[in-house]
Design a binder for this molecule. Structure first.
Ligand code: GAR
Length: 218
């Protein structure tokens, strides 16, 4: 397909969301190609998985920048530019971003967070969801803004919370919904069907296959 958007996936770990995006992008009519996988950690397991599939990888080790977040981000940005990247997808990229990178990629950078935002921003979302006794939990894909885990919401997937859940069992259920919503959300953004309108994202093009919501039955 002509006009596929060139996407960089930024990771810090095992890269299971990255894999779901790579496999979705193998479909010939998918509107994005995964052109680069970049990690801030050389030991991230996802780098090897991407490399095994013939996808270009890069590492910018944040520890070499000794706390200078913007210098780290300038190095990342140079690689994104050199590779002609058009959209940036954060998939378990565990660095707080400065306004520099956020502004460089405004409305062209998306993130997945393992909670139904705006609930449970930050870390340990599954443990906190259990502590609060919520009955629905899930994941959110959103455009990245200057605030952490904030920005216009593109897609959400919800899962039930069971009495028997532990943080690990809940995390596994949420992860499976992450793997469904992230490829769908990227498809909406790359095709131009998801557009930011103020604080909200408007989705054009009818319901299926553009529907940005998922509810996984118990
Ligand atoms: C995912 O659950 C993702 O939502 C979360 O990290 C995990 C990465 O897993 N991201 C955040 O917590 C960002 N605040 P993966 O490497 O297997 O995709």
């Amino acid at each position: 397909m002509n006009g596929r958007k060139k996407v960089a996936v930024l990771i810090s770990g095992r890269g299971s969301n990255m894999m779901s995006l790579i496999s979705a992008a193998m479909a010939p009519d998918y509107p994005a190609e995964i052109a680069l996988v970049l990690s801030n950690k050389p030991e991230a397991g996802g780098l090897q998985r991407a490399d095994d599939l013939g996808i270009k990888t890069a590492v910018v080790d944040h520890r070499e920048y000794k706390g200078d977040r913007e210098a780290f981000e300038r190095a990342v940005n140079a690689i994104l530019r050199d590779n002609g990247i058009e959209l940036v997808v954060l998939a378990g990229f565990m660095r707080l971003l400065t306004p520099y990178l956020v502004n460089e990629w405004r409305e062209r950078m998306i993130n997945i967070h393992p909670a139904l935002l705006p609930s449970f921003k930050g870390l340990n979302t599954h443990e906190r969801a259990l502590d609060e006794g919520v009955k629905l939990h899930g994941a959110t894909v959103h455009f990245v803004s200057a605030e952490m885990d904030d920005g216009p919401i593109i897609a959400q997937g919800a899962v039930p919370v069971l009495d028997s859940d532990t943080p690990d069992s809940l995390a596994a259920r949420v992860l499976s919904v992450e793997h469904q919503i992230y490829p769908r959300a990227l498809e909406l953004v790359a095709s131009g069907k998801a557009r930011v309108k103020g604080q909200r994202v408007a989705i054009s093009g009818g319901s299926e296959p553009s529907d940005p919501t998922f509810l996984i039955a118990p």
